[in-house]
Design a protein around this ligand. Sequence first.
Ligand SMILES: NC(=O)C1=CN([C@@H]2O[C@H](COP(=O)(O)OP(=O)(O)OC[C@H]3O[C@@H](n4cnc5c(N)ncnc54)[C@H](O)[C@@H]3O)[C@@H](O)[C@H]2O)C=CC1
Ligand SMILES: O=C(O)/C=C/C=C(\O)C(=O)O
Length: 487
Amino acid sequence: MSEHTITVAGVAVDTRHWIGDERVASPQTFEDVSPIDGDTIGHISRGTAMEAAAAVAAAKAAFPAWAATSRAQRARILHAIADGVEKRIEELAIVETTDNGALLRSHRRGVMPRVAHNFRFFADWLLQLEHEDFETRGHTNHVSWDPAGPCVLITPWNAPLMLATWKVAPALAAGDTVVLKPAEWSPLTASLLADIAAEAGLPAGVLNVVQGYGSEIGDALTSHPDVRRISFTGSVPTAKRIAESAAANLTPLSLELGGKSPLLVFADADLDLAVDLAVEQYDNAGQVCLAATRLLVEESVAGEFTRLFVEKASALRQGDPRDEATDIGPNIHPRQLEKIDGFVQRAVAAGARAVIGGHRGDGQYYAPTLLTDVDQDAEIVQEEVFGPVLTLQTFADEDEAVRLANGTRFALAATVATGDPERAERVTGQLVAGTVWVNCFFVRDLQAPFGGSRQSGVGREGGTWSFDFYCDLKNTVTAPNGWNNHG
Ligand SMILES: NC(=O)C1=CN([C@@H]2O[C@H](COP(=O)(O)OP(=O)(O)OC[C@H]3O[C@@H](n4cnc5c(N)ncnc54)[C@H](O)[C@@H]3O)[C@@H](O)[C@H]2O)C=CC1
Ligand SMILES: O=C(O)/C=C/C=C(\O)C(=O)O
């Protein structure tokens, strides 16, 4: 074992970059701390412009051969990576939980199996990706998805491997090569992915993983002229900085950003279901871009809804995310906790009432919070908190519900609870959001387009939309007799 390898809950993790086919250490490191207990997990290579350049060069060199690989061969390797993930689900789960504090039971049973599925899905989708040829005055149009080149993928800490592989899998399937930079608060599972991909037979340089701060290596990657695509999931301010870097080279961008999604509860809804949907928004300690953090409840049922909500939310168990019985773990970082508490204290100072919570717990935990008496233009209603903090507003009728729901700069998702199918159709038709759920939440399918409108993002991920982004689409028009179109 190298001096750069750390052991995390019994799992060996290399703290260096993975560039080409070798581990590369940087002279400087950054500290990786577990949100569970604040303990130092290890010191990770802190990349700079130099490692960014080396990783992009490796991806560029590997591109022609990988792009020329048959679809069937690429699909085989992606399935082999999925096999590797499946073999290491326990290891990936415990490492991710130690690193970002999300529930071990979710990682084991939900998230890591989805990571494997991400590879299988895009491998299979690639094999059936076909556009029907069509004719123009006897000429045949043939549309192809051609590999685009090296892609830079910048990913967040709230669901590190899950969100990274949403990008890595379609990019590799498309025939592109990749430089992945995970978030500095959760760098570990990306390093394990590099091991798994190499063991699965992915050629050198096709997947490179670099570590470090966004403002250092991240910036160097997104401004690199040899990069053909940038895909980013994270905050709006960072997206704007990345967009500025990309603009210099006109590098195409995909941005999956924050949300301030509403849950609309109409008086005709099944209230028990609506309350379950509302309490689910504390999942991952509120660190979910899709979370419906604004509860909009019809006036006539608001009292009963709140009573039931408090009953159910009070039964949630907060604690060590490695414990099977825990429902809510810690928040990722002291800075994030500070940010969450700042939002809540400013809201309370402005007149909001904490029905539950409204304060920190021990260590890096924030008490699940519900705030009422908030105005539509209040900061707490308009800004993404990314913690276990929900607001509740009431509405008198459908028009007001839709106005409140659409009344922020975000438009990632929305959820509607109603017992009336016609109302569901009317309301969903008026909502601005990338995904709308009716009487359900977080039903996700990679075949569906995923992304946000307004400041929640640019572009869509999933199914053919991912290939549209990661490929150079080409239309080849052939003359009726094949070669002579002068007739
Ligand atoms: N939509 C989502 O899924 C997420 C939203 N957020 C939102 O962002 C807020 C702040 O969290 P942060 O960790 O600060 O998010 P962030 O957006 O700064 O970080 C996400 C990723 O971007 C990278 N990055 C930062 N600056 C960069 C730059 N100049 N160039 C290239 N890459 C760069 C980071 O290293 C990380 O990998 C959260 O409170 C939440 O509101 C955060 C994470 C995920
Ligand atoms: O798991 C999904 O399908 C989507 C998750 C998205 C986020 O949690 C995010 O981007 O924050």
